[in-house]
Design a protein around this ligand. Sequence first.
Ligand code: CO
Length: 497
Amino acid sequence: MSTFAINQVSSKESRDFDRQAWASGYCNVQKELNKVPLHSIKGKIPKDLCGFFYRNGPGRLERNGQRVHHPFDGDGMIASIHFQKGEANLSNRFIRTKEWQEEEEAGKFLYRGVFGTQRPGGPIANAFDIRFKNIANTNVVKLGGQLLALWEAASPYALDPITLETYGVSSLNGALQPKEPFSAHPRFDPGHHSSRRMVTFGVKTGPKSRVRLMEFSSEEGNAGELISSREDIFDGFCFLHDFAITPNWAIFLQNAISFNPLPFVLGQKGAAQCLSSKQGAKGKFWLIPRDCGSYAGQSPQIFDAPDGFVFHHVNAYEQENKLIIDSIHYPDFPEVGPKEDFLKMNFDLIPAGILSRCEINLLNKQVSKTKFSKQCCEFAMVNPLKQGVQAQFSWMAIAGKEEGYAPLQGIKKINLLTLEECIWSAGPLGFVSEPLMVPRPNSQVEDDGWILVLVWNGERCGTDLVILKANNLDEESIVPLPISIPHGLHGSWVSEL
Ligand code: CO
């Protein structure tokens, strides 16, 4: 396995984590496996945990001695762990995107990455090449008979849910135009309108932003069918990575961000590196009525948002004349794709993500914000059955220290009513990815189930699957994987097919 040596950090920082162990988690995935049995080295794999745990993330971070400028530019690789009656097996495959296949053939990078990876040859070789490489690396969800590997600036890639074979770019049965952007953050409505749905969006932005809101059936029988679609146009540029839903609303936060494309066009920077905070500007909440809700067909409502920046929302719900939305707020826009080597970033200079709640009063238009905790966190979720309604608990990945930005080294459960917390730590040499809460089948108790998380084990430079009890974060099982999976992005759970 190739790892990258870290000799020095670009500037002085108060380090309280093992940088070499963290950095060792950025390696190429070396092999593709098919249904390799897994064995627990601690505890047992729960017998009533039956289904597929899918995870997407960058799996190819270096070619021909050239490293990606930022891990978000790495080609998508899907890991699938199938659980059945206390047994588990692992399969993994790169998504055969057109660009991945061409670069495999050439043995070098042929495309620029959005986060600053350049083709060899400097700015001259990159200028005026404004193609986006669809790396399909951000999320993976199942819709109908297909897995969808998602990357927000392009259409999804469809895969076989069992073999992970790539079928190709999908138009979702004609719902999408060629190359139409499709968010990597769909939300699954558990049935607020009598049937389960996948709600998602696509955005085209510029001086004005066009948001397409789409709802697909996720019921057996007609799963994947487009039920509704609407388009709205808003003033200004937007960077929308995620959104939230309630039974009546789709909620977006337009961060106060500006985009200067010139360095991108001139071949000096990746497109995402051309984003910056828009000084003095206010972010906005955009509330778009869902077609199945009480305000169907009405115009969107717009509210001022608090200062700061949001990538990810946790959940939202309606309470009388209020909309409540929990999100991870950064005090400022975190640089995406820094100028320097990402492995040498000074983490003290990166703003910390803080779990916070915004209450939007729909009558008097007031918006208030409160924090749940001071600890830096990311990748938070609620029990999926609580999507869009009030949840009592949330689970998330947290930094290994109480305040300030640092790599994610623990899992926290927080009671959103009492603020009571419990924590599981992977430290000092373990680094966590997004935790996934899987409810126990047929349980009515909100925190009854499991937390599934892939942990980079910096001691052996490999990946462990860790299964925690959702209610108290006790370890249920630790399962070393036979491949090393770099620090990843998002994933999903699919109950037994
Ligand atoms: Co995301």
